[in-house]
Design a protein around this ligand. Structure first.
Ligand SMILES: *[C@@H]1O[C@H](CO)[C@@H](O)[C@H](O)[C@H]1NC(C)=O
Ligand SMILES: *[C@@H]1O[C@H](CO)[C@@H](O)[C@H](O)[C@H]1NC(C)=O
Ligand SMILES: *[C@@H]1O[C@H](CO)[C@@H](O)[C@H](O)[C@H]1NC(C)=O
Ligand SMILES: *[C@@H]1O[C@H](CO)[C@@H](O)[C@H](O)[C@H]1NC(C)=O
Ligand SMILES: *[C@@H]1O[C@H](CO)[C@@H](O)[C@H](O)[C@H]1NC(C)=O
Ligand SMILES: *[C@@H]1O[C@H](CO)[C@@H](O)[C@H](O)[C@H]1NC(C)=O
Ligand SMILES: *[C@@H]1O[C@H](CO)[C@@H](O)[C@H](O)[C@H]1NC(C)=O
Ligand SMILES: *[C@@H]1O[C@H](CO)[C@@H](O)[C@H](O)[C@H]1NC(C)=O
Length: 447
């Protein structure tokens, strides 16, 4: 990034500043369970009993594990003779990892070191994504919120309510640089944390609340647990603004960069983060024949001599000069958790926003050229015809509603959906001001 002097970057798809607009909810209930019995209704504004440091929280509160979105978790690197092309540090002191994310970049060299650490490589022999040799990426404060710097808003009202972090409220920071199956430690940690939360709280089942990119990780986790385990331990899976069919904005971030933070992030930085990690591949608009996926006859990217649909990603990557990332892209798109999209086998409540202008298609006035150091100019952006939450079109969050109904009915699990007019992406959980009806309703359901 020539000319970059100081770039301190804190981005989070889930942290896009926005005003919460109260809407007229669109309600879909499924399979008949009632969740809103009055004795379970708890208002956020209500005065709450204070807890003391040592005293247990109210024993009536079901434990909650909170799973954040893309780029939300701080990431550190531990290096042990990791090769560097740029003369970057190759070994760290034991117990003193380097902070990788949020990135603090003071020079061009820092920038290259950052990208070197960030990159997920694809190995065709093992058919896996991995870090470079000698590099280990760590999350901070598993089970707590210290590695989730932007989530004070999530836990503060819950702590006021009587929740105690580490006792009945847990943060699940995860390495967000690729599809869930790349990070088996996340699955192991989730299992342990949920079992211990259950045991520590008089065998109360645990609610998992996940936002944005988080529901993909949780779905993958639940796919790996037995039905008996899920029946024993899981109370609810709350999926807030899930991106289950991907979103066009992710394609934009790979081609020209996409600035979700409204002008504070360089487009080139955004594109490089998208290319070096694999998460944007797991967020590409999903090819399919249903109305909650993207069809072969629906171009997303238009250029003068070629249009690209969800079936043309390989060509697209080649045309912009990143053909060498195609195997990583295909590995990620092929991932069965989202490809087969089996239901989670637990009661699930999905909330999402609609009626906001949301990137849907992009028009470039020039054809793509092979160029890995420069991105095509920013395209003209057209809103999705099915609207969305400002980032993710409605159809992506709706995918489960159409895909899971029959199977979940058979499995005797509830699938509940609720849309909020003009609610911005992932702001149900992050917006607890008065009038945050979505937040209220989620906790009515959990409590
Ligand atoms: C950039 O500067 C800040 C503030 O001095 C420092 O904390 C950080 O470690 C520096 N970043 C790198 C990669 O050295
Ligand atoms: C798993 O949990 C341990 C502590 O129990 C923590 O040290 C580690 O960072 C966690 N790893 C992941 C990938 O969550
Ligand atoms: C984005 O930036 C523009 C121009 O700087 C400003 O007018 C607009 O209010 C900003 N939008 C948000 C959501 O912050
Ligand atoms: C998708 O199709 C189903 C019927 O197959 C219909 O009920 C639903 O409204 C459609 N959804 C969207 C988002 O158009
Ligand atoms: C791209 O799609 C548009 C709209 O469907 C169409 O008019 C145009 O001819 C297509 N371009 C190419 C090169 O196929
Ligand atoms: C992905 O799936 C396609 C079609 O099933 C297959 O041709 C390709 O080899 C797979 N690629 C990877 C990297 O798994
Ligand atoms: C690639 O992009 C860079 C940066 O915009 C530009 O300087 C360079 O000329 C481009 N190369 C080609 C072959 O278009
Ligand atoms: C669509 O998006 C553009 C910004 O790209 C905006 O100016 C326009 O008003 C939006 N809405 C509609 C309905 O076209």
């Amino acid at each position: 990034m020539p000319g970059a002097a100081v770039v301190v970057v804190v981005v989070s798809v889930a942290a896009v500043a926005a005003v919460m607009v109260q809407g007229h909810p669109m309600l879909h209930y499924y399979s008949g369970l009632k969740h809103h019995e009055d004795d379970h209704v708890v208002s956020v504004e209500e005065p709450v009993a204070q807890t003391t440091e040592e005293g247990p929280a109210s024993n009536n509160l079901p434990p909650i594990v909170f799973v954040p979105g893309l780029t939300s978790a701080a990431l550190d690197v531990e290096l042990n003779n990791a090769p560097s092309l740029f003369g970057c540090p190759h070994t760290t002191e034991p117990g003193e990892p380097l902070r990788m994310w949020p990135a603090q970049i003071n020079s061009t060299k820092d920038y290259f070191c950052f990208l070197e650490n960030l990159k997920m490589w694809y190995d065709p022999i093992s058919n896996q994504l991995h870090n470079r040799k000698g590099e280990k990426v760590l999350v901070e404060d598993w089970g707590g919120f210290e590695g989730l710097p932007l989530f004070r808003k999530v836990y503060t009202p819950l702590v006021k309510k009587g929740y105690v972090i580490g006792k009945n409220l847990f943060g699940a920071p995860f390495d967000w640089r690729g599809p869930a199956r790349t990070f088996p430690d996340f699955f192991a940690n989730m299992t342990k944390t949920i079992e211990s939360a259950y045991a520590q709280n008089n065998n109360r089942k645990v609610a998992i609340i996940a936002a944005s990119y988080g529901p993909q990780f949780v779905l993958a986790f639940l796919h790996r647990q037995s039905q008996a385990w899920k029946d024993k331990y899981i109370h609810w899976f709350i999926a807030e603004s899930p991106v289950w069919s991907g979103c066009p904005a992710s394609l934009l971030s790979l081609v020209s960069g996409y600035d979700v933070s409204n002008g504070t992030l360089s487009l080139m930085f955004s594109r490089q983060v998208a290319m070096e990690t694999a998460s944007s591949f797991w967020l590409l608009p999903r090819a399919g024949t249903t109305n909650t996926t993207w069809g072969k006859d629906e171009p997303i990217a238009f250029t003068p001599s070629r249009n690209y649909t969800s079936s043309d990603y390989k060509q697209l990557m080649t045309d912009i000069g990143f053909g060498f990332r195609t195997p990583a892209m295909e590995y990620t798109v092929n991932d069965t958790d989202l490809k087969d999209f089996e239901h989670p086998g637990v009661n699930t409540y999905v909330t999402y926003g609609y009626n906001l202008d949301t990137p849907g298609t992009f028009v470039w006035d020039e054809d793509f050229v092979h160029n890995i150091t420069g991105a095509p100019p920013y395209p003209r952006v057209f809103n999705a015809t099915d609207t969305g939450d400002g980032i993710v079109p409605v159809r992506s969050s709706m995918r489960a509603w159409h895909a899971w109904q029959d199977d979940m009915k058979q499995a005797k699990k509830t699938l509940m959906y609720k849309g909020y007019n003009k609610q911005q992406h992932a702001l149900c959980i992050l917006s607890t001001g008065s009038g945050a009806s979505c937040w209220h309703e989620v906790f009515q359901c959990v409590w």
